[in-house]
Design a protein around this ligand. Structure first.
Ligand SMILES: *Cc1c(COP(=O)(O)O)cnc(C)c1O
Length: 333
């Protein structure tokens, strides 16, 4: 293990035990269609069936359970309107703690309602994600709330790593794992878990061509900002943080390669997931299937593709299934 790894295999074992009663051990199923296409056994890790619809519940739950009773009493805060926000709302409520999710006025009403339904307090401020983040900083400073970051946090990374342990438990012969990559919390945790068990297992990050911050940062050798563009893989958007503490170094040292996918390829992945595998997957969760269909993965031995989430606007999903290959302007609200 490289010495830069701030999260150890032991941390992941402990996290996995700690969260076991709060998260699902999701199924791993063989895909005959993709196995035939790849010329290798391909298995799908059905993590979109996780409670709250994504793997983010693992990291959020480990963070919440790692804190002291005093910290839990102060309540948690985050600025994510997507899968991390849902996960933190759920994890906090399961522990009887309060969560506050900050978002801008531009966030669609259905997303606000979804987070409220999960029991969180919602603070609506300003017109951008930056404004929402400033409100998070204010709540930490003035009200003592405890931040749970979406990826750049050792407890969150250890929680996501539990997914790697499940992959090994269900497919010990795995040779290559395809991991959706944004801030790199999932890839870092899964890579530490699997490479500690067998350093020969390859961990490949999958992301979109448009605005892939970790890929640009790895190429630059340091965290860089990218211009955000709309994508079917909206859960993969956003930066890695110019002050990144953990995931940049961990992805640099542990991720073997990064594959970029076009919007058309991601759409084809979602369509295949639905029509052939009979699974509803959001764009971010479909990048592994997309790469296999596009012939962008070379593997000697069994492949596991992580289907990381299912929280897609069903109107967008319907259009993709009917053949759309790019987001229409009206999807951007
Ligand atoms: C957050 C997320 C990712 C990316 O995870 P990182 O830890 O930020 O790399 C991938 N897929 C889905 C569905 C997500 O919600």
């Amino acid at each position: 293990m490289p010495s830069t790894s701030a999260v150890s295999f032991r941390d992941i074992m402990i996290a996995s035990q700690r969260i076991a009663s709060r998260v699902r051990h999701t199924p791993l199923t063989r895909s005959d269609a993709l196995s035939e296409q790849a010329g290798q056994p391909v298995h799908l890790k059905l993590e979109h069936r996780q409670t709250t619809g994504s793997f983010k519940l693992r990291g959020a739950t480990n963070a919440v359970l790692s804190l002291t009773a005093k910290e839990k009493g102060r309540g948690f805060v985050a600025a994510s309107t997507g899968n991390h926000g849902r996960a933190l709302a759920y994890a906090a409520r399961a522990e009887g703690a309060a969560a506050t999710i900050c978002m801008s006025r531009l966030v669609p009403k259905n997303k606000v309602e979804e987070i409220r339904r999960l029991g969180a307090r919602v603070h609506i401020v300003g017109n951008s994600q930056d404004d929402a983040q400033r409100e998070v900083d204010r709540l930490i400073r003035e009200e003592g709330l405890v931040a749970v970051p979406p990826f750049d946090d050792a407890r969150v990374i250890a929680g996501q790593g539990s997914l790697g342990l499940e992959i090994f438990a269900d497919c010990p012969e795995v040779a290559t794992v395809l991991v959706p990559l944004s801030g790199g919390g999932l890839a870092s945790g899964v890579a530490v878990a699997l490479k500690a068990i067998n350093p020969a297992i390859r961990v490949i990050g999958m992301t979109m061509e448009r605005g892939a911050a970790m890929k640009a940062s790895l190429d630059a050798g340091t965290p860089v900002a990218v211009i955000e563009e709309e994508s079917f893989a909206d859960s993969l958007g956003g930066g890695i943080g110019l002050e990144n503490c953990f995931t940049f170094a961990m992805c640099r040292d542990l991720v073997d390669d990064v594959v970029l996918l076009s919007e058309g390829e991601i759409a084809a992945g979602m369509r295949h997931a639905y029509s052939v595998e009979r699974e509803v997957i959001e764009g971010a969760g479909a990048v592994g299937i997309a790469a296999l269909l596009a012939g962008k993965v070379a593997s000697c031995g069994p492949v596991v593709a992580i289907l990381s989430g299912r929280n897609v606007d069903m109107e967008v999903h319907r259009r993709v299934v009917n053949g759309a290959t790019a987001l229409a302007g009206k999807d951007l609200a």
